[in-house]
Design a protein around this ligand. Structure first.
Ligand code: SF4
Length: 287
């Protein structure tokens, strides 16, 4: 447990300023992400040093197709997410509190050591929402950078400006998941908002971070030609036509038992829509 960054003190608790939810948390309470708790008038990051998942993955699995291709990365995750997507593929670790998962005890130094001993060139902060364990991520990233390792963020990008800006100089690559170019969709199905995500992607690009975008096409919810076209036009209008776009196939999970998986024909049509809109590198995922 470590005192959190980015919060203000209130009369009866604290207000977390890490993400746009700005949770007001009373003494003994937790934020929406379940991983930040108010104790004795301070906010604490509960999962610091307690990763719940560690693996070695091909970097293409993040997915990053244009960054260190053919290499493997150390994938690391703690519990916690500030979104609540109804089809979450990792809900057993993203939608639970730290004490509800099995955790390792690993200091930032031990994580970096592990990566070096395995001869891996990068660490990916992934599987849940890494920005909700910002303090651990940031401490590891500083050490990793010092040892010549690359830092990869796999995120939904729903974070406040200040924490993002502090992280940017440490980030080498990011895959950001845009749920849909539709604020109503974000509110209805994901418990978040669109605007901060788009702004943060542009900020990452401007800072020189290698960015790739994922869009999970959920059957009948966000997989229409118009929705894919809107996302791709936003990319092209903002100079992101060279940013790799991963159109990913949905499978029923978590709170969704239906509709069924995205039809392959829908994915192929979406890829053509993206190419027609001017996005140059379009890949299909989960197929
Ligand atoms: S990071 Fe967690 S506690 Fe902080 S505002 Fe976001 S959801 Fe709330």
């Amino acid at each position: 447990m470590k005192e959190a960054r980015f919060y203000t003190t209130l009369e009866d608790g604290v207000e977390c300023r890490l993400c746009p939810h700005h949770c007001r948390i009373r003494e003994g309470g937790r934020g929406l992400c379940r991983s930040r708790e108010c104790q004795d008038g301070k906010l604490y990051a509960l999962s610091y040093g307690r990763p719940c998942a560690l693996a070695i993955d091909p970097v293409e699995k993040k997915p990053l197709y244009h960054f260190l291709p053919g290499t493997q990365c150390l994938s690391l995750s703690c519990t916690g997410c500030n979104l609540s997507c109804r089809w979450c593929q990792n809900s057993d670790i993203s939608q639970v509190a730290p004490e509800e998962a099995d955790n390792y005890r690993l200091s930032p130094e031990e994580v970096v050591d592990l990566c070096l001993r395995r001869g891996l060139p990068s660490i990916a902060y992934t599987y849940t929402e890494p920005l909700t364990w910002w303090e651990y991520l940031s401490d590891i990233a500083v050490l990793a950078r010092g040892k010549g390792l690359k830092n990869i963020l796999v995120s939904a990008g729903f974070v406040e400006k200040k924490p993002l800006q502090e992280l940017l100089p440490l980030l080498d690559a990011a895959n950001i998941d845009i749920k849909a170019l539709d604020d109503g969709f974000y509110h209805r199905y994901c418990g978040a908002a669109l605007a901060p995500v788009l702004e943060n992607i542009l900020e990452m690009k401007a800072a020189g971070v290698h960015v790739e975008i994922t869009n999970l096409l959920v059957t009948s919810l966000n997989d229409s030609e118009q929705q894919v076209d809107a996302l791709c036009r936003w990319m092209v209008d903002n100079g992101l036509q060279d940013v790799p776009l991963h159109l990913s196939r949905y499978f029923p999970r978590y709170k969704m038992s239906e509709p069924g998986p995205t039809p392959k024909a829908t994915l192929l049509r979406a890829r053509q829509t993206a190419l027609d809109a001017g996005v140059k590198n379009v890949y299909l995922g989960n197929v």
